[in-house]
Write a protein that binds this ligand. Structure first.
Ligand code: EPU
Length: 432
């Protein structure tokens, strides 16, 4: 296999600031679309060809999981070809790859339907907050999958639900992962109509549904909070191109606002970034959309107005851009705030930004941010993917030298990072 990126030891990044961004890059395929779509390839033995797949650590973890099930996976540039292996599909998955990434849990339902049983390690803790899987397991139970948690594994059995041809599941919260997991399982329940209410409406859910439809699934309502699935017992091979990564685009748009110059981002879907662009308008940041290209201009911080932001599910402002936005708000005169409603304790980056001279105070799930005129370089600790991106932007904006320890989290979500930074005229040094 080509292009495999393994992260076993954590590297550091050294950044000399301040730097100014100017240039043009193309946004990669969406990580959070690629992961559930790859999990859904378990539903067929036929060949699936996926285009625009980002070569990221998390995608490679999902490939490792598919290989553990017996699939043959081959990279051809940004295309992945997934084929049936020699043996029958294996539905017992070890702790190793599953522990690395929570999205791997989404293979449980499809594997249980395929083999009648599955044993998948429970994903471990996570630095952005508590991430239980109760919505997944309760929903799967309604779909006829009984699970028992024993010795760190979920042992699941599919007891064919012969009488129930209509199943209704209402999610307690519009969880992205649970919505995806339940859709991916329900599509294979022959002669069963499943209605999911209070679903997540993220573009990645729509992408997953469009992919499943291209395999022969019948799904209605994707992109709304009610989704109807008419199950079948057979899905087919397909060729599909996944959407661009709205969180990568949003990260570079925020970087452009702070460090530009003029930053041009190709392959961006405007509707997917609406909540960020709305905040840009409130702040007074200039941007322009032409076809699928977003151009962001950095302007004088003194002209900007503070804002109060709340994260929420789509179409609200995404939690995955919260740390990056916090860097921007730290540099805007006056008092801004961010209330985190999705992962209520996702504030690991706050202490690090404060070590750079930011003035952020967290009360319950709200960060109160008093703008400062500049940040100063400091040694920092990165704790998760989006916090790493935020610290990198802060380091590029800060005066003096910053060293970001444990920075490799960033490779889980930002493809060709060094290439793209270079194209934006930015330089960083990386050490193993
Ligand atoms: N939740 C439960 N029980 C469950 C599932 C979720 O209580 O069974 C709670 C979570 O604890 C959280 C909230 O529901 O408070 C939302 O979690 P959700 O299930 O929506 O998150 P996820 O599916 O685990 C995906 C993305 C995350 C992104 C969130 C929210 C993927 C692979 N991951 O996670 O992306 O933050 O949705 O939008 O799609 C990232 O890319 O950096 C990242 C963390």
């Amino acid at each position: 296999m080509k292009h495999r990126l393994e992260i076993e030891t954590m590297g550091k990044m050294k950044v000399a600031g301040p730097q100014y961004a100017n240039g043009e890059i193309t946004i990669s395929g969406s990580k959070n679309s690629a992961l559930p779509i790859l999990a859904a390839t378990i539903l067929t033995d036929e060949k699936v060809i996926l285009h625009n797949i980002p070569n990221l650590a998390d995608v490679n973890t999902m490939i490792e999981i598919l290989e553990n099930t017996g699939k043959k996976v081959t990279w051809e540039n940004s295309t992945l070809v997934i084929e049936k292996g020699e043996e029958k599909i294996n539905s017992i998955l070890p702790y190793g790859p599953v522990r690395k990434m929570r999205a791997s849990f989404n293979v449980l339902g499809p594997l249980t339907i395929r083999n009648g049983y599955a044993k998948v390690a429970l994903p471990g803790g996570c630095s952005i907050g508590v991430r239980p899987v109760n919505f997944h397991l309760e929903g799967l139970k309604k779909l006829g999958i009984e699970s028992k948690i024993e010795h760190g594994y979920t042992n699941s059995k599919f007891t064919e639900n012969n009488h129930q041809k209509k199943i209704h599941i209402s999610l307690p919260f519009p969880s992205v992962g649970a919505t995806e997991h339940l859709i991916t399982t329900a599509v294979m329940l022959k002669d069963t109509e499943t209605i999911l209410t209070n679903c997540a409406q993220e573009p990645e859910i729509v992408d997953l549904c469009n992919f499943l439809i291209s395999m022969g699934a019948r799904i209605e309502g994707q992109g709304s909070s009610n989704i109807k699935i008419y199950g079948t017992d057979r899905l087919y091979g397909t060729e599909y191109t996944i959407i661009p990564d709205r969180i990568e685009a949003g990260t570079y748009a925020i970087l452009g606002a702070i460090l530009g110059g003029k930053v041009t981002l190709n392959n961006v879907i405007e509707d997917h970034l609406f909540s960020l662009l709305d905040i840009f308008e409130k702040l007074g940041i200039h941007y322009e959309f032409k076809n699928n290209t977003l151009i962001v201009s950095g302007i004088s911080k003194m002209e900007l107005t503070p804002v109060d932001v709340e994260t929420s599910t789509f179409p609200g402002f995404p939690t995955d851009l919260q740390p990056q936005l916090m860097v921007l708000l730290s540099l805007i005169p006056g008092r801004s705030s961010i209330t985190e409603n999705v992962f209520k304790t996702r504030f690991n980056h706050v202490d690090e930004l404060n070590r750079m001279g930011a003035k952020i105070f967290v009360e319950s799930n709200t960060a109160i941010i008093t703008g400062v005129t500049k940040l100063s370089g400091a040694p920092l600790e990165a704790t998760d993917l989006r916090a790493s991106a935020a610290l990198l932007i802060a380091a590029l904006a800060a005066e003096g030298e910053t060293v970001i320890n444990n920075v490799d989290h960033i490779f889980r979500g930002y493809e060709k990072l060094f290439d793209k930074l270079e194209k934006l005229n930015l330089s960083v040094e990386y050490f193993e």
